[in-house]
Design a protein around this ligand. Structure first.
Ligand SMILES: *[C@@H]1O[C@H](CO)[C@@H](O)[C@H](O)[C@H]1NC(C)=O
Ligand SMILES: *[C@@H]1O[C@H](CO)[C@@H](O)[C@H](O)[C@H]1NC(C)=O
Ligand SMILES: *[C@@H]1O[C@H](CO)[C@@H](O)[C@H](O)[C@H]1NC(C)=O
Ligand SMILES: *[C@@H]1O[C@H](CO)[C@@H](O)[C@H](O)[C@H]1NC(C)=O
Ligand SMILES: *[C@@H]1O[C@H](CO)[C@@H](O)[C@H](O)[C@H]1NC(C)=O
Ligand SMILES: *[C@@H]1O[C@H](CO)[C@@H](O)[C@H](O)[C@H]1NC(C)=O
Length: 382
């Protein structure tokens, strides 16, 4: 009886362990794009090979399959979408080789497929993109001079959760470089984004309709905003960014065509601006129903190229409202934006319904990321 009980106990204890062991012991297969027919000479179209390597990674039953873009090569991609519905929620995309877009827009194949975006990751949960210094080059120069500009953006993350993007160099997108939309728990760190100062609409990172987004330790200099924040964004933490040239870090424009839009809990800290046309700004359209609240700026410094370093250009018409606590939380106590083009001190412009010229020197209010409302992600911390 004792023996029977013991073996019953043993079985119930060991059985689940065997199951767990089997999973955690399984190897993580590497799906190298070269094995799927990619050439990597910078001129052959490698899109199909990438799609197949992704498909294999996505269908893999491994704990953590790896899609590998090997180094020493340059892969040419036309617009591609890597969609989810994958078996693993831990897919790694290791980008060691460079990726370029066709330099001629006719080569994007825009008439066959929807190509607002170049490289899209969509409908995913659990993705790690690591670049080990690789370059993702949108080769956008021919698009910039076109008078009627389509919105062709480079790297698009849509409806994706738990995504980590690091150690990548993005450059020369025809439009925005990295867009994060309808996503949650997205971590971007150690990326550089560069495009010429004259290139139009080449925002570094654009975030909208997303929550819990963390952008750390990156260097961005383009022809438009380093980081632009659209409606529906909340719990966004931006820290350790070198920004410039470009327009700065902007919330808005919000409320275009009278739209109701909300942005809250945005924490911007440790930013060095280098000759940006603005530093930080918030812009809303007139006659809009826009709510901007709990925004903090902390330790923001550097030089601006224009006269205005901080601009809260909020409509006093229409249904715009800036809630009391929000004004309190526009906190830039350690802000030190100096050295404008004309040599004077940078100006701060507010045009809100509740102008509060005192806020700039206020040293209390919301501070140092101490927001009670912030959540932590237990599954994919940091
Ligand atoms: C785990 O991996 C080791 C080494 O690859 C192998 O010898 C062993 O049989 C594996 N165990 C299981 C349960 O798959
Ligand atoms: C597979 O990848 C996961 C996550 O990166 C890791 O924890 C695990 O040790 C890997 N397994 C093997 C067998 O390499
Ligand atoms: C940042 O990325 C570069 C390559 O792009 C790499 O050399 C460096 O080690 C990375 N730094 C960190 C802290 O990961
Ligand atoms: C950013 O850089 C700081 C200082 O070098 C470092 O302590 C921190 O771990 C980095 N964060 C990330 C997410 O890389
Ligand atoms: C935002 O980032 C800063 C710098 O890394 C950090 O000190 C702060 O705790 C973060 N805030 C939140 C709410 O995560
Ligand atoms: C700002 O955040 C605090 C703390 O979470 C909250 O009590 C307050 O209601 C928020 N203010 C607005 C205008 O949302």
């Amino acid at each position: 009886m004792k023996g029977l009980l013991a073996s019953f106990l043993l079985l119930t204890l060991v059985a689940p362990l065997i199951g767990a062991n089997k999973n955690s012991n399984s190897s993580n297969t590497t799906y190298n794009v070269l094995d799927f027919g990619a050439v990597g000479d910078g001129s052959a179209d490698d899109s199909q090979a990438f799609k197949e390597a992704w498909q294999a990674s996505c269908m893999s039953s491994d704990d953590s399959p790896i899609m590998l873009i090997p180094n020493g090569k340059t892969f040419l991609l036309r617009p591609v979408t890597f969609s989810g519905g994958c078996k693993s929620n831990n897919i790694h995309v290791q980008i060691n080789g460079n990726i370029i877009a066709p330099s001629e827009h006719s080569q994007w194949g825009c008439y066959e497929t929807d190509c607002d975006h170049w490289i899209t990751f969509a409908n995913l949960d659990g993705l790690y993109i690591d670049g080990s210094n690789a370059i993702i080059d949108g080769q956008g120069s021919k698009w910039w001079s076109r008078s009627c500009q389509d919105e062709n953006n480079a790297f698009f993350l849509e409806h994706a959760n738990n995504v980590h993007i690091k150690n990548l160099n993005f450059m020369n997108s025809p439009g925005m470089h990295l867009i994060i939309e309808r996503s949650t728990w997205v971590y971007v760190s150690n990326v550089t984004i560069t495009a010429p100062q004259q290139s139009p609409n080449t925002d570094g990172i654009h975030i909208q309709e997303s929550t819990n987004v963390f952008i750390y330790n990156s260097s961005i200099g383009t022809g438009d905003d380093c980081i632009s924040i659209g409606g529906g964004t909340s719990y966004l933490n931006i820290s350790g960014i070198s920004c410039g040239p470009g327009h700065g870090i902007s919330i808005g424009s919000l409320g275009r065509e009278g739209r109701e839009e909300q942005v809250e809990y945005v924490h911007v800290s440790n930013i060095q601006f280098k000759k940006t046309s603005n530093g930080v700004r918030i812009k809303t359209w007139r006659k809009s129903a826009v709510q901007v609240s709990n925004i903090t700026y902390n330790n923001v410094y550097g030089t601006s190229d224009g006269e205005i370093a901080v601009k809260f250009d909020c409509s006093e018409w229409g249904q715009f409202w800036l809630l009391g606590p929000a004004v309190e939380s526009f906190w830039a106590g350690e802000s030190n934006l100096v050295g404008t083009r004309r040599g004077g001190a940078a100006r701060v412009v507010t045009n809100s319904r509740h102008p509060d010229p005192g806020w700039l020197t206020r040293s209390s209010g919301m501070g140092h990321g101490n927001h009670p409302g912030w959540l932590t992600n237990s599954r994919h911390p940091g």
